[in-house]
Design a protein around this ligand. Structure first.
Ligand code: SF4
Ligand code: SF4
Length: 165
């Protein structure tokens, strides 16, 4: 059986504390917002009791990522390239149009292609979260690379990603 633990999404939590009352091990702490992983036995009572769907059960370990065959890699490349191209076309149309309606339409098309492209690469396991934490991790790995770490590829990645901070 897969071992699970509970994780709370604070954005959805209204602190009504139902999880606090039902948890058999006292793992939920509504003051800090944290669920104590060491105490959590993954029973799911808090998940079922939460009126806001703020808690999910998450596996401790994920199965290893499956290798992708060449056809899959080629398909992902082709589709993401197509999305990037459509995004660029929409951006170009935005910058040359003086029609406000067309501008808004192209803005939406640009955004939609960006989101579809990101979803595609994320769901096929290629995309890193573009957060400050990932940026700092890449920078530290470049500064002190472990044996065999692809420093140049990481540098290129740092230049390409649009980090949120
Ligand atoms: S039951 Fe849900 S909404 Fe209430 S404190 Fe727990 S996580 Fe937050
Ligand atoms: S899954 Fe069970 S043990 Fe873990 S926090 Fe929720 S109620 Fe408590």
């Amino acid at each position: 059986m897969v071992r699970m633990y509970a994780s709370r999404n604070l954005r959805n939590c209204t602190k009504d504390c139902m999880c606090l009352y039902v948890c058999p091990t006292g793992a939920t702490d509504t003051e800090t917002g944290q669920i104590d992983f060491d105490k959590c036995i993954g029973c799911g009572d808090c998940v079922r009791s939460c009126p806001n769907g703020a808690i999910s059960l998450i596996p401790y370990t994920y199965p290893p990522q499956q290798p992708k065959d060449d056809q899959c890699v080629a398909a992902v490349r082709a589709i993401s390239h197509s999305k990037a191209l459509q995004e660029a076309i929409a951006e170009d149309a935005m910058s040359t149009s003086d029609d406000p309606a067309l501008f808004l339409l192209m803005k939406a098309v640009r955004r939609s292609n960006r989101l579809m492209g990101e979803d595609l690469v994320r769901e096929t396991g290629y995309m890193l979260p573009q957060s400050g934490e990932v940026r700092r991790l890449l920078e530290s790995l470049i500064a002190n690379p472990p044996d065999g770490f692809p420093v140049e590829a990481a540098r290129e990645l740092l230049g390409l990603l649009r980090f949120t901070e």
